[in-house]
Design a protein. Structure first.
Length: 149
């Protein structure tokens, strides 16, 4: 079938495909040109003395000496003589008697800690205030040595 016998719809589809192909070629050429113009220096960013990003390098005369020991990246150093109390207080917020597990809400951190019935040293029911210690369990923190407060 010759092009003279093509329907209007087929001509439109062919024109759209051709335009899309030409746009793709133009984009590829423009990317090549911009890569040649730009370079590593165009992508560089500097941090000024106030902590803001800048495109100009800092003045070497205004540099300050900093000791590596003075830099604290995450948690500040704590006194090694000061030990945290391992015994915590909390409330048994949920307890499933048939399955033998529950959760204790820590009074200080308000986090829920898993507890198993084997760790109970007293008869404890839901809603009781308890004292416990936290150890790493199979799936996260777990309460051990649980007693009534």
């Amino acid at each position: 079938m010759g092009r003279s016998q093509e329907s209007f719809n087929k001509k439109e589809v062919r024109k759209k495909k051709e335009k899309k192909r030409q746009d793709k070629v133009k984009k590829r050429l423009s990317r090549k040109d911009s890569d040649k113009k730009g370079g590593l220096n165009d992508m560089m960013a500097y941090v000024d003395e106030n902590g803001r990003l800048s495109n100009t390098p800092p003045d070497p005369a205004s540099k300050k000496k900093t000791k590596v020991e003075d830099i604290e990246i995450s948690i500040p150093r704590q006194d090694p003589n000061e030990k945290a109390d391992p015994i915590r207080r909390g409330k048994l917020t949920f307890y499933n008697d048939s399955k033998g597990y529950g959760f204790i809400r820590d009074a200080e951190t308000q986090e829920s800690v898993f507890v198993h019935v084997n760790e109970f040293q007293d008869d404890i029911m839901e809603g009781n205030m308890v004292r416990f210690e936290v150890e790493k369990g199979q799936k996260g923190p777990a309460a051990v040595r649980v007693k009534l407060a």
